[in-house]
Design a protein around this ligand. Structure first.
Ligand code: SER
Length: 326
């Protein structure tokens, strides 16, 4: 049985992953670690223990690990790519300083650690189509610099100290639950909100901007499955490419229009996000994850779109125009 601490448990991934982990391992065995400006509410607060854990405070991480006899840490604290460009020092303090604190506690107290990396760990010199697992990274953003550093630091702790570090490179994540904030892939979430609210979507990226994306249920499953995987099969640890779909704004717009025919989109480019997106891969090759721990996505663009529209309509109490399967 695992005793888990989720750091950053109220964020885009954490709010859903904490609930999934509680379903699997039991509510009282999964601690929701949060910062006071993002306190848990509702189900997240009521379904298990919650503790203030600022990842920049190593002493506090150690205290919570001791109190709850933690053996596994999910480290989800991060600033997303666009907001990190506005606050590079804070992005480093959380992404690298925070990870270092977490790894040190894990080394001393024998915890396994999951820390997501990202498509943002790649850069302009990376082969952009079917990006291989092992290739040039050299990201151009501070977000990417923290992610590559995190991958290397996590591998170092595994090699040097035997800390059980594992991770995946997440694509842009799409969900109807907690919205992302300040990412480059956020448009692919926002577009669904506009579609169900009957608003014209202002797309910040130009047509032809391909990026890898994934529906949140697949991403959550990956985070659980990699930590449950048999490590004797691992050739890699930090971090595995995982993939399920790649599209540009035109493709997702036209997919949504299959179910919302009068949906409108216009382009209002955001130069910062465009520059970041242009430096990231168009699509990832996830063969190593498939071979080393049997990774397999379940959702494609069509099944994700149907599920997003149904659930967002429920969320906003909109009953008309239920999307029909073709
Ligand atoms: N979704 C992240 C971002 O856009 C990338 O991992 O910043």
């Amino acid at each position: 049985m695992k005793n888990i601490l989720v750091i950053g448990a109220t964020g885009q991934i954490g709010s859903e992953l904490t609930m999934k982990l509680r379903d699997i391992y039991g509510g009282s065995n999964v601690v929701c670690g949060y910062i006071p400006s993002a306190a848990p509410k509702g189900e997240l607060l009521e379904s298990g223990p919650a503790e203030i854990v600022d990842i920049t405070d190593a002493k506090r991480i150690a205290e919570v690990v001791d109190t709850h006899k933690i053996d596994t840490i999910y480290n989800l604290a991060a600033l997303l790519s666009a907001v990190a460009e506005a606050k590079p020092q804070l992005a480093w303090a959380i992404g690298v300083g925070g990870l270092f604190n977490t790894l040190e506690v894990a080394r001393e107290k024998n915890c396994a650690v999951f820390t997501p990396s990202s498509i943002g760990s790649f850069g302009p010199d990376t082969p952009h189509v079917k990006t291989p697992q092992d290739t040039i990274q050299r990201p151009a953003t501070i977000y990417g610099v923290t992610k590559v550093t995190g991958e290397m630091l996590s591998d170092y702790y595994a090699r040097r100290f035997g800390v059980d570090t594992r991770s995946v490179r997440f694509p842009g994540l799409i969900s109807y639950t907690t919205p992302p904030g300040g990412g480059t892939t956020d448009y692919a979430v926002d577009i669904y909100y506009s579609a169900v609210k009957g608003e014209t979507f202002k797309c910040p990226l130009k047509p032809g901007t391909f990026m890898d994306m994934m529906y949140m249920p697949d991403a959550l499953r990956a985070a659980v499955e990699i930590m449950e995987a048999d490590p004797s099969r691992f050739i890699h640890r930090n971090s595995f490419n995982i993939a399920s779909m790649s599209f540009d704004p035109e493709i997702i717009y036209n997919k949504i229009r299959e179910y919302v025919p009068d949906f409108k989109m216009v382009y209002e480019l955001d130069p910062l996000r465009q520059k970041i997106a242009d430096s990231w891969p168009d699509s990832l090759d996830d063969t190593c994850a498939r071979m080393e721990w049997d990774w397999k996505p379940e959702f494609d663009l069509d099944s994700m779109t149907r599920d997003m529209l149904v659930n967002l309509r429920k969320k906003f109490g909109i009953e008309v125009n239920e999307p029909q399967a073709r």
